[in-house]
Design a protein around this ligand. Structure first.
Ligand code: GFP
Length: 801
């Protein structure tokens, strides 16, 4: 598409779709007009892909996920269509700057953290490798809350990405299913019938997802809850206006917010409703599509692969059995086997509190038929293995992990270590019974977003050095390995990093009034705030460092800027305390005239995908410091390594594999491994012992206790101090001393810029294995048994002028 054609298309959309003219148009109008113009370019390859999948009558992959953290879509589409230059030229011919237009797009924050972002990377990779696939989830009206800080404390406000027209989706009023809840179950002529007491309509909204070079496009289908009757005219006419609108308001509650607070009974009920709502709608849609192409439901596992992203859609097991058995009359045992042939389950956490359980009372009242099917599935499983005593139910609760495991033909962990721990811990008994079921699929990230778009300077350098093929064959990055020894390349690589850091520094100055020196090491920890991720270990080290610099302000310190980003779940009090501590420490340290040339701390609020895209390319040091055995994989760690940040990390999740690939000498390892963690935890008074043994740690904790960061409010952070001195389940105190040691090694290493750049280049060169294209191909062959349909001569809508 030429610049002129694109410009004409933008102007036409501005006029005919938005009803405005260039003189009056706002940046948002221009952005939406550009989005429509780009979307038009996607529709043909999208149709072609759908038709190719229909013609092949082959297997389709369905990725069911409560979260899709897709972020902004316009840049992704422009990049994948190869229209960056045209778009930039077209916009500037209209007097606009493309970057300004791109950053006007609100982040679609339909997710929380790694799990949702993984789903987004997978969608893009599925399209890039040409695998016919659908993502299924919920079209939340309000995505993850917006975070701000008031006096250093996290304050949440609703996110409103749908306040403006969403240019990427197509509403499908014709694709709708009625989803029931509650009611009665009865037998009728040998068939079980469920008559729900209430129901809502799930209506589809489709977003096309275009792969690299526009060769293939899949669909992200998100369900929105609508009432079965929109409006009660009788009540309205009686003057009961609120009552008349009630059905609509109640139905809409289901797709209103991502992660409603589920500490109350009502919250739990809503959450289970959400899970069933999107799972049932998706399964109905999948069966409808299957039956439009085939007629024998026993063939389902040959044509349908359904991936359950965590336990959130685990109700898919009993729901698919219900559809096959109750609705389509397949014998129960056969229905169970058929459902299992289609389903597979990805586990993302070993934390017991994060493995879902639903009380049988709640499940029985909301999904009575499913509860009775779970009892049947459980009984059948127990009967097949009478000596094992394994059950999906315990203390009046249904264990969704066990249910998902038993209803899946494959169960996977997301890094080698995590998969091993799954076998040894949470699923040890089930693993003994089904030793072929668990397998590993180490996570990956899409290079299109996380290198090509996020880091154009590095991308340009890579393409100049080895050609463009690395973009969809990321292991080609190995080809730059010899260039680590080339002084010219090292200089260019360093210059790209430096320019990224300068850009971040000006952003921080403009947006936050914070001034940081781009010469300093940018040390970054961005992820959900959680005790196991140990942001408090990082801030403790900052305190100790600040104290030491203060003792010796003329010392030869390596200047650092520590940057934090991340949100705490609204009900997670301790995580919110950690945020408050980081902000309070930052305030004191940043205003210390003696130390601030060596140490600064910044914590931009409202961390999201777009901020990650800004921070990662500008980072020198990547903090991956979770308690070993707790971080299932991590995916941020991969993005940093690809963008040439060195990792300081524990032997946890995918850090283990990153270190193996980039080389131990290019990775700063510290801390206990997973076995040592378990042994340490068993030692009585482990935290107190660690503090006694390390005066630095004791002094840092004393400063917090004595109110150094809460002037006039001694005791503000007592919960943190007493946790770290006593129970310290996540072993912050016990790992502190070694973390400090490793950080000082980092300081020394950073001063030798040549050696540092060599290490950074080797991180980039050796991290290509972490492409989500590799992960998706591996799921296709090892779990889904699915084929890609990409013909080499696919539609290629790239720049022609
Ligand atoms: C979870 C796990 C991570 C893992 C992702 C994706 O995400 O270790 O990398 O899922 O598998 F904890 P978070 O939301 O916790 O980052």
């Amino acid at each position: 598409m030429t610049t002129t054609e694109l410009r004409e298309a933008i102007l036409a959309h501005l006029k005919y779709a938005l009803g405005t003219d260039p003189d009056r148009a706002s940046v948002t109008d221009w952005r939406i007009a550009l989005s429509y113009a780009i979307r038009d370019r996607i529709v043909d390859p999208w149709f072609a892909s759908t038709q190719a999948a229909e013609a092949a009558k082959g297997k389709r992959v369905y990725y069911l996920s409560m979260e899709f953290l897709i972020g902004r879509l316009l840049e992704d589409a422009v990049v994948n269509l190869g229209l960056m230059e045209s778009a930039s030229a077209a916009m500037s011919s209209l007097g606009l700057d493309l970057d300004t237009v791109l950053s006007d797009e609100p982040d679609a924050a339909l997710g929380n953290g790694g799990l949702g972002r993984l789903a987004a990377c997978f969608l893009e990779s599925l399209a890039t490798v040409g695998c016919p696939a659908y993502g299924y989830g919920i079209r939340y009206e309000h995505g993850l809350f917006r975070q701000s800080f008031v006096d250093g404390r996290q304050v949440e406000s609703p996110e409103d990405w749908l306040r403006q027209p969403h240019a990427w989706e197509f509403e499908r009023p014709g694709a709708a299913f009625e989803i029931g809840f509650g009611g009665r179950v009865a037998s009728n002529a040998g068939r079980t019938e469920w008559t729900p007491a209430e129901s809502v309509v799930a209506e589809a909204y489709d977003t096309p997802v275009i792969g690299w070079k526009g060769r293939w496009a899949n669909t992200l289908r998100l369900w929105s809850a609508k009432p079965t009757t929109f409006f009660d005219l009788d009540r309205f006419n009686r003057g009961d206006y609120y009552g008349a609108a009630e059905p609509e308001a109640l139905a809409r509650t289901i797709s209103r917010v991502l992660y409603p607070d589920d500490t109350t009974e009502e919250g739990k009920r809503l959450r289970l409703k959400q899970e069933y709502f999107f799972t049932a709608a998706s399964l109905n849609d999948i069966l409808r599509r299957f039956l439009s192409e085939h007629d024998d439901l026993r063939q389902l596992p040959r044509k349908v692969a359904i991936q359950l992203n965590d336990t959130h859609p685990a109700i898919a097991g009993p729901e698919l059995v219900r559809l096959l058995h109750d609705v389509h009359g397949m014998p129960l045992d056969e229905a169970i086997v058929t459902a299992r042939g289609c389903l597979s389950y990805t586990n993302h956490t070993l934390l017991p509190e994060a493995l879902e359980r639903w009380s049988e009372g709640l499940m029985g009242s909301l999904l009575p038929r499913h509860l009775s099917l779970i009892e049947r599935i459980d009984a059948a499983h127990a009967a097949a293995h009478p000596d094992r005593g394994i059950t999906m139910r315990e203390n009046g609760e249904v264990k969704m992990g066990e249910l998902a495991f038993c209803m899946a033909h494959k169960v996977n962990g997301v890094s080698a270590l995590h998969t091993e721990l799954m076998k040894r811990t949470v699923f040890s008994e089930l693993h003994r019974l089904h030793p072929e079921r668990i397998l590993n699929q180490t996570n990956g990230v899409t290079p299109r977003r996380w290198v090509l778009s996020a880091n154009p300077r590095l991308s340009g350098l890579l393409t100049d050095a080895i050609g463009e093929e690395w973009v969809d064959d990321l292991e080609r990055l190995h080809e730059i390995e010899p260039l680590a020894e080339d002084a010219g390349f090292r200089e260019d690589y360093a210059a790209a990093k430096r320019a990224n850091k300068e850009e971040l520094a000006s952003y921080l100055r403009a947006e936050r009034g914070v001034s940081v020196d781009p010469e300093a090491m940018f040390d970054v920890q961005i992820k959900r705030i959680h005790e196991y991720k140990r942001q408090h270990l990082n801030i403790l080290e900052a305190i100790a460092l600040w104290q030491e610099i203060g003792d010796n302000p003329n010392g030869d310190w390596t200047p650092r800027v520590k940057i934090f980003g991340g949100k705490a779940a609204p009900g997670y009090v301790f995580a919110k305390e950690i945020i408050h501590l980081i902000n309070s420490v930052a305030q004191v340290i940043n205003s210390d005239p003696v130390t601030s040339k060596f140490l600064k701390i910044d914590y931009p609020a409202n961390y999201n995908v777009s901020l990650a895209e800004r921070l990662i390319p500008a980072s020198d040091l990547s903090e991956q410091i979770s308690t070993a055995g707790k971080e299932a994989s991590g995916t941020g760690n991969m993005k940093f390594a690809l963008n040439g940040a060195l990792t300081i990390g524990t032997l946890d999740g995918a850090n283990v594999e990153i270190r193996e690939l980039v080389g131990a000498e290019n990775f700063f390892l510290f801390g206990m491994d997973a076995d040592e963690v378990m042994a340490r935890r068993a030692i009585d008074g482990h935290a107190a012992r660690a503090i006694e043994a390390d005066p630095r740690l004791a002094r840092a904790l004393d400063a917090i206790r004595d109110g150094a960061f809460s002037p006039g409010e001694r005791g503000r952070f007592d919960a943190i101090v007493s946790n770290l001195s006593q129970a310290d389940y996540f072993l912050v105190s016990s790992d502190f001393t070694d973390y400090w040691r490793a950080q000082r090694e980092v300081d020394v290493a950073y001063r030798d810029r040549t050696a540092w750049m060599r290490m950074a280049i080797l991180n980039t060169a050796r991290s290509g294995w972490f492409s989500s294209d590799r992960t998706i191909r591996s799921y296709m062959s090892q779990i889904w048994n699915a084929q890609g349909l990409l013909a080499d001569a696919g539609t290629d809508g790239r720049d022609e002028g």
